[in-house]
Design a protein around this ligand. Structure first.
Ligand SMILES: Cc1cc2nc3c(=O)[nH]c(=O)nc-3n(C[C@H](O)[C@H](O)[C@H](O)COP(=O)(O)OP(=O)(O)OC[C@H]3O[C@@H](n4cnc5c(N)ncnc54)[C@H](O)[C@@H]3O)c2cc1C
Length: 478
C-alpha cells in the first residue's frame, strides 16, 4: 500500500457516484466549485445497474402486455408468452450492459474529477481513497464532504442462508435465466415488482409475507388490488408467515425455505426483498464522532446534524429511498453548499430553494406492477397518526369513463386525504392500470398545497383517467 504524502484539495468531495452523488456534483460544478467524485463500483450507482433501470425495463413488457390483453380487438394478438430472451436483452440494454462509460463521459463533461476506489473519512473535511490496486490518495474539502453512498439489501441471518446463496435485488434485476420456481420473501415494493416480472416470464412464484398484506406502507387497498391481480396471474401469496431457515440441496440443487408455521417451500431460487441498510459501515464515520453503520440524520439542507461541513443525500439519510427524491435532495444540498461557500443568504423558508421540505410532505412513488399503485404524501392512517383532522374521499376508478376506455373490465381505486382545517390535500393514492403517469397531478396538488376550491377549476380532459379528479372532488363536495 502506498500513501500520497500531500492531500489534494477540492471545494467539494462527493463519496458515491449514484444518481444522487452525480447530481450533487452537477450543482456544485454549476456554481463553479471544484469537485471530486469517489466511486468504488460503477458510476451511476444501484439505480442504473441493479434497481430502477433494469427493473423497469423488465416490467415494461409485462405491464404493456397486460394492458393490451384488456383492449378489445387487440387482446387476441397478445395471448402468447413473453419472449423472455428478448425481455432480458432489453433489460441488458437499459443496464448499459453493466458498463459506465456513458456516465463517466457525463461527469467528465461537467468538469468533475472521478476517483475510482473506496472512500473513507479520515477526519473532518478529509477523505482517503483506496484504489483497487491498494494505493491511497488523500483529499481535503474546503467547503463540504457529501456522503451519497446509498444502501444495500439486508438479508436476515437465517440458518443455512450463506450456503443457499439467495438472490437480493441485485440478482433479481440482473439474472440471465428465468428460474422455474422462485420464492420471494417480502411484500414491499421490490418484492411485488420482482414477483410480477418473474411470474410473467414463466417462473412459478410463491410470495412469503410476514405481515397481513402487500405494500404495507400504502393505503390498504393498494396491496389488496395488487395481491388479487398477482394471484389471478398465478402467484401463490402467503401472508402471516416468516422464513426460519433456508437449505440448498447438494450445494447446487433446489432451495428449501422453512416457515414458522411448520411448512416449507421448495424452489430453484429464493429472493430476499427484506429491507435496506445504509452503506456507512466502512466509511470512517468514527473519525468524525458518528456511529459506523448508521443512517445519517440530516437537516432540510441535507447537512448532518452537529457539523458544518458534512452532508448526506439520497438513500443514506433514510428520508425517502427513491431516486427522484434523492436527486431532489442533491439539487438542494448542492445549491446550499454553493450558497454557503459564497456567503449568500439561504432560502430555507418552508418550500424554500434550500429546504428539502417535500421529503416530509410530498414524496411520490409509483409501484410498476399490474395494476400500478401510486401515492404521494400521507395515507389516511399516517395523516390521522400525525394528528390532522382529515376526511378520506374514495372513488372506484372503474366508474370513470376514461378508465373504461383504457381497459375492458378496468379495476382500480383512488383516495384523496383532505385536511379539513386547511382544505388542502395531504395525500393521494391511485391504483389501477395506466395511473402511474397520473401521479404527478396529485404531487402538484399536494406539494403546491392547492386549495380544494381551486382544484375545482382544474378541469380534466374527457375521456381520460384524469377525470378521477372531478369524481373525487364531486364526492367531497357532496
Ligand atoms: C430493485 C429496486 C428497484 C428500484 N426502483 C426504483 C424506481 O423505480 N424508482 C425510484 O425512484 N427508486 C427505485 N429504487 C430505489 C433507488 O435505486 C435508490 O433510491 C437510489 O439508487 C439511491 O441513489 P443513491 O445515489 O443514494 O445510492 P446508490 O444508487 O446506491 O449509489 C451509491 C453509490 O455509492 C457507491 N459507494 C458506496 N460506498 C462507497 C464508498 N465508501 N466509496 C466509494 N463509493 C461508494 C456505490 O458503489 C454506489 O455506486 C429501487 C431500488 C431497488 C433495490
Amino acid at each position: 500500500m502506498t500513501h500520497a504524502a500531500e492531500p489534494v484539495a477540492y471545494d467539494v468531495v462527493v463519496i458515491g457516484a449514484g444518481p444522487v452523488g452525480e447530481n450533487v456534483a452537477d450543482r456544485a460544478r454549476a456554481a463553479g466549485l471544484t469537485t471530486a467524485v469517489v466511486e468504488s463500483e460503477l458510476i451511476g450507482g444501484e439505480c442504473s445497474y441493479w434497481a430502477c433501470m433494469p427493473s423497469k425495463a423488465l416490467l415494461r413488457p409485462v405491464v404493456a402486455r397486460a394492458d393490451a390483453r384488456r383492449v378489445p380487438g387487440l387482446s387476441g394478438a397478445v395471448q402468447g408468452p413473453l419472449d423472455a430472451a428478448a425481455v432480458l436483452a432489453h433489460r441488458d440494454e437499459y443496464a448499459s450492459h453493466w458498463k459506465d462509460d456513458g456516465q463517466v463521459a457525463w461527469l467528465d463533461g461537467i468538469g468533475a474529477d472521478i476517483l475510482r476506489g473506496h472512500g473513507r473519512l479520515t477526519g473532518p473535511k478529509e477523505v482517503t481513497v483506496t484504489a483497487p490496486d491498494g494505493t491511497e490518495r488523500r483529499l481535503t474539502a474546503r467547503h463540504a464532504v457529501v456522503v451519497c453512498t446509498g444502501s444495500r439489501a439486508v438479508v436476515p441471518g437465517l440458518p443455512g442462508i450463506d450456503e443457499a446463496r439467495p438472490w437480493t435485488s441485485r440478482e433479481a434485476t440482473s439474472a440471465k435465466e428465468v428460474p422455474g420456481r422462485l420464492v420471494v420473501v417480502g411484500g414491499g415494493v421490490v418484492g411485488v415488482e420482482m414477483a410480477t416480472v418473474w411470474n410473467a416470464l414463466g417462473s412459478d412464484v410463491t410470495m412469503l409475507v410476514r405481515g397481513e398484506g402487500l405494500l404495507p406502507r400504502m393505503e390498504p387497498f393498494a396491496g389488496e388490488l395488487v395481491a388479487e391481480a398477482l394471484t389471478e396471474a398465478g402467484a401463490d401469496i402467503r401472508t402471516g408467515v416468516s422464513a426460519t431457515a433456508v437449505r440448498r440441496a447438494g450445494g447446487d440443487g433446489p432451495v428449501t425455505v422453512e416457515l414458522d408455521n411448520g411448512e416449507s417451500v421448495e424452489a430453484d431460487e429464493v429472493l430476499f426483498a427484506t429491507g435496506r441498510a445504509p452503506h456507512t459501515d466502512d466509511l470512517g464515520l468514527e473519525t468524525v464522532g458518528l456511529e459506523p453503520g448508521s443512517w445519517l440524520t440530516v437537516d432540510d439542507t441535507c447537512r448532518v446534524e452537529g457539523t458544518d461541513w458534512l452532508y448526506a443525500a439520497g438513500d443514506v439519510n433514510h428520508r425517502a429511498l427513491l431516486t427522484h427524491q434523492g436527486k431532489y435532495q442533491a439539487r438542494i444540498a448542492g445549491d446550499a453548499i454553493a450558497a454557503r461557500a459564497q456567503g449568500k443568504q439561504l432560502d430555507t423558508a418552508p418550500w424554500g430553494a434550500h429546504s428539502a421540505t417535500a421529503d416530509h410532505a410530498a414524496v411520490p412513488q409509483v409501484v410498476f406492477t399490474d395494476p400500478e399503485a401510486a401515492s404521494v404524501g400521507l395515507s389516511l392512517a399516517e395523516a390521522e397518526e400525525a394528528g390532522h383532522r382529515v376526511r378520506a374521499v374514495d372513488y372506484d376508478l372503474a366508474s370513470v369513463a376514461g378508465a373504461g376506455l383504457y381497459a375492458d373490465g378496468y379495476r382500480g381505486r383512488a383516495r384523496m386525504v383532505v385536511d379539513l382545517d386547511r382544505e388542502v390535500l395531504l395525500g393521494v393514492t391511485f391504483v389501477g392500470p395506466g395511473i402511474g403517469e397520473l401521479l404527478h397531478s396529485a404531487t402538484m396538488a399536494v406539494a403546491g398545497e392547492i386549495p380544494v376550491a381551486r382544484l375545482w377549476h382544474v378541469v380534466p380532459s374527457y375521456p381520460t383517467i384524469s377525470e378521477i379528479w372531478l369524481r373525487l372532488l364531486e364526492t367531497y363536495r357532496g
